[in-house]
Design a protein around this ligand. Structure first.
Ligand SMILES: Cc1cc2nc3c(=O)[nH]c(=O)nc-3n(C[C@H](O)[C@H](O)[C@H](O)COP(=O)(O)OP(=O)(O)OC[C@H]3O[C@@H](n4cnc5c(N)ncnc54)[C@H](O)[C@@H]3O)c2cc1C
Length: 361
């Protein structure tokens, strides 16, 4: 057995947990297995099809190396939970004492029938670039289907394209009654008014049942479009983990201490939290949990019992950026709207990007 902590992942979760582990305890070796050397700042992907610049890029490998972590290039293909080692696509095997799963989530292309064949999923830079290319290539009717685990980006794409591409008719379609369940009447009415002011349409009647060639089919209605984007349903990037640790969406099931089993913790989009707890797949969740998870991981090296990181009854918060204005919704209540929530968000974002030496185009 080694005293080594191994982090698997190449995104914000891997970066934040590794930096926090090193900051809390310089003496403990931390190895990050990553397929990437940089992180693209995903919250700014929503501006790409609207003609925005390349999103900021965070120098992942450099920051990790400067913090004293070992960076190993490759993808983890399998884990042996009993012998405590991971196997990489390079053939290398790395032993660990504690494993932190930070391998994130990807668009679930199968969740809505027909979506894989007939829609784009702009959840990472290549897919956002494809979406942008097809908008620029002359799509005049664009449907953006949003909802499920992460409704914000879909609404944001719709608002930004409507604001910046006057020739394009945008329809934002609520895929699973997110507006009714999470936004509440007042916030939904305000989002509708903002979109309509920009010449876009918001559809909230019925859930999306199927996507076919050029058509989004809802219960009882259908919308035609030249280009259909679907933003959200997520599934865990966990093909390398034993099924016993996962839920039906392939997410890593953790307890309130973010532990998934002996010697295994999770952080970021990859986790599924127990009933009664709430941890949205968002950067702010990673920032809020990294310190507690790091303490539990290093504590586990000494045999300490992990402490709760999550609290019961956390509010459901959302704050989508609707191009020039934003809103803040808390438990179905519209708390703030207009330019102020955008300003608050932008100050936090810029501070974070500066702290992580991001290159902004
Ligand atoms: C369009 C869009 C807009 C968003 N806007 C916001 C926003 O405004 N505010 C906000 O807070 N959040 C936002 N988010 C969410 C935020 O980007 C995610 O919560 C965050 O990226 C999650 O980070 P992560 O590291 O958990 O997962 P990921 O970003 O998915 O990173 C995981 C990484 O691990 C790698 N990996 C997977 N498997 C392996 C393996 N076996 N071995 C090695 N590496 C592996 C993957 O390739 C990936 O690079 C947005 C997301 C999208 C898609």
């Amino acid at each position: 057995m080694t005293d080594r902590i191994v982090v698997v992942g190449s995104g914000f979760a891997a970066l934040e947990i590794a930096l926090t582990l090193r900051k809390q305890n310089q003496g403990i070796p931390v190895t990050v297995v990553t397929g990437e050397t940089e992180i693209v700042y995903r919250p700014w992907l929503i501006r790409v099809p609207a003609g925005g610049l390349h999103p900021p890029v965070i120098p992942l490998a450099r920051l990790l190396t400067e913090a004293g972590a070992d960076v190993v290039s490759g993808r983890v293909m399998a884990v042996d939970l009993e012998r405590r080692h991971v196997r990489l696509d390079t053939g290398a095997q790395i032993e660990y004492d504690q494993l932190v799963v930070a391998s994130g989530a990807v668009a679930d292309r199968e969740r809505v029938p027909g979506a894989r064949e007939h829609a784009v999923f702009p959840c990472d830079l290549p897919d956002a670039a494809e979406f942008a290319m097809r908008v620029s290539a002359g799509a005049t009717r664009v449907a953006v289907v949003f909802g499920w685990e992460r409704p914000g980006p879909g609404l944001e794409y719709a608002a930004w394209i409507a604001a910046r591409r006057p020739g394009v008719r945008v329809t934002a379609i609520d895929g699973d009654d997110t507006m009714g369940r999470r936004f509440g009447g007042k916030a939904a009415a305000w989002v509708r008014a903002v979109l309509e002011k920009r010449g876009a349409q918001l559809v909230t009647e019925g859930t999306v049942e199927r996507i076919s060639d050029g058509t989004v089919e809802l219960q009882g209605s259908a919308f035609e479009a030249d280009l259909i984007a679907i933003v959200a349903p997520l599934r865990g990037s966990t093909e390398w983990l034993p099924k016993a640790l996962l839920d039906q969406r392939g997410m890593l099931r953790v307890d309130n201490a973010m532990a998934a089993g002996a010697g295994v913790f999770g952080i970021g989009d990859v986790v599924a939290v127990p009933d009664g707890y709430r941890l949205p797949p968002a950067l702010r969740s990673i920032q809020a949990t990294a310190a507690g998870i790091a303490r539990n991981v290093t504590g586990a090296l000494r045999g300490a019992v992990p402490q709760a990181v999550l609290r019961l009854g956390q509010p459901d918060m959302m704050g989508p950026d609707l191009a020039g204005v934003a809103l803040l919704v808390r438990d179905q209540r519209l708390v703030l709207r207009g330019r102020l929530p955008l300003l608050i968000r932008s100050v936090g974002e810029r501070r974070y990007l500066r702290s992580r030496s991001a290159q902004i185009a």
